[in-house]
Design a binder for this molecule. Sequence first.
Ligand SMILES: Nc1ncnc2c1ncn2[C@@H]1O[C@H](COP(=O)(O)OP(=O)(O)OP(=O)(O)O)[C@@H](O)[C@H]1O
Length: 504
Amino acid sequence: MGSLALRGVRKAYGPVVALEGLDLELRVGEVVGLVGQNGSGKSTLLKILSGLASPDRGEILLDGEPILLDSAAAAARYGIGMVHQEQSLIPNLTVAENIFLDKAHASKRFGLYNWPALNRAARLQLQKLGVDIPTNKRVEDLRFSARQQVEFAKVLAIEEMVDRPPLILFDEPTSLLTPDEIQALFAQINRLRARASIVFVSHRLEEVLEISDRVVVLTDGRKVAERTKQSIDREELYELMVGRQRVDPSIQHRDRHVTGAAPLLEVDRLASEPHFHGISFKIGRGEILGIAGVLGSGAEELCRALFGAIKPDAGTIAFNGGASGPGSPRAAVQLGIGYLPSDRRSEGMLPGRSITENAVITYGGQYGWKSWLLSRRKEREAAQRWIRRLKVKMDKEGAPISSLSGGNQQKVILAKWLLGRNLRLLLLDHPSRGLDPGARDDLFEVVREQVDKGLSVIFVADTIAELLELSDRIIVMRDGEVTAEFNPALGALPREEDIVAAMV
Ligand SMILES: Nc1ncnc2c1ncn2[C@@H]1O[C@H](COP(=O)(O)OP(=O)(O)OP(=O)(O)O)[C@@H](O)[C@H]1O
């Protein structure tokens, strides 16, 4: 049995202290759940453990001996590997190549692959997970969940390289998986548990409590609680993290009323092959339409089409009484349509620019151009109001957006849309992905408040619980078609299993 320990670890980025005085023990046979608000230091800790960042102070001990983790290769030599949230696979290489990509493997001679040996070795890795994926298939041709298993197998291949039990780090591994796929992942983690130490980072507290033996809570870079799974429940964990009690959202839902039936948007037999076809629905002013669908259901592309980013092949979009929907994102913005994409990093932000610049980028100029200084000041003040309201954790507004933690970047991108004075329809594609549970509740509160003032929202949900919590109406999509429609605003809350049945 071995153990890895952090002692007094500190890490700062300029004036921002990301981790302070952190002591943590990771033992073989144990899953440690790591939770904390956005910006509390979780990613920084994972980076330190995987050799991607070095602590400023403190030490890392392996079986009591100090070790230096100054690169990913050094971490791999000690048996440490990370299953990344955004997968690290190379799409046009085969499964086998990806599994052994960064490892010197015996199946490579004189720079050339011995393909049979490589495929055999890859099959062995996949067998450890109990999965059967063709090892000569290119990764781009696999479903997302299969790609994640390859990612997992790639990390597990570290096991053969070292003579000690591995430490496997999972960074929000479930956010793109279906409930069944999550259970399959948990079964694999359970199988692995006996011969590895595992760190599981997630904002989904139920899942953390299900899979972890011990839960560690970080606040502002410090460990504020460490509990065994038996000694804590979801509510207490939420309170420890967020610093307040959770309000039951179902009560808020009952209090909401749909403000008007006049349709703001009418979609009729809309199609964009191969993504979706025959999609028809209406959404009224002040209404929240939730869309359920797994990856590949077409829900994401539908949002893009409503924002004018994908041209439909057939059907019509009538917005606000107009005959046609937006022909381009620019036209969408002018019509009062906002869109929070699920891939915020590549589509939603300008990484080199400051937090404020990112917030005002879309609606710059909405206070007029006459008095330039006055308008800019109003713009900034409006941005600052939203940034405060959404509790963006930052050093200063002039800092680059890329210096924020993932969840806080997301809040800024959301603020960018909320700034729009003529915003009528907001398309939210997985808005809570990456947000901590408190931030997620704050976001939903903001959405409800804006909807009460007449904003309409289309929202592709991360989980069914969220869908039920926020939506007035729900449509379910599968393989590009609407397979079911539910109407919780009329009082009948659909059953979770009915929604799932229409999804998969
Ligand atoms: N490269 C960087 N430059 C400046 N500050 C940084 C940098 N990376 C992280 N930080 C800061 O360190 C703190 C911790 O960030 P970290 O990404 O570890 O948080 P997190 O808990 O993973 O958040 P999230 O849940 O949003 O992913 C934050 O205040 C963040 O702004």
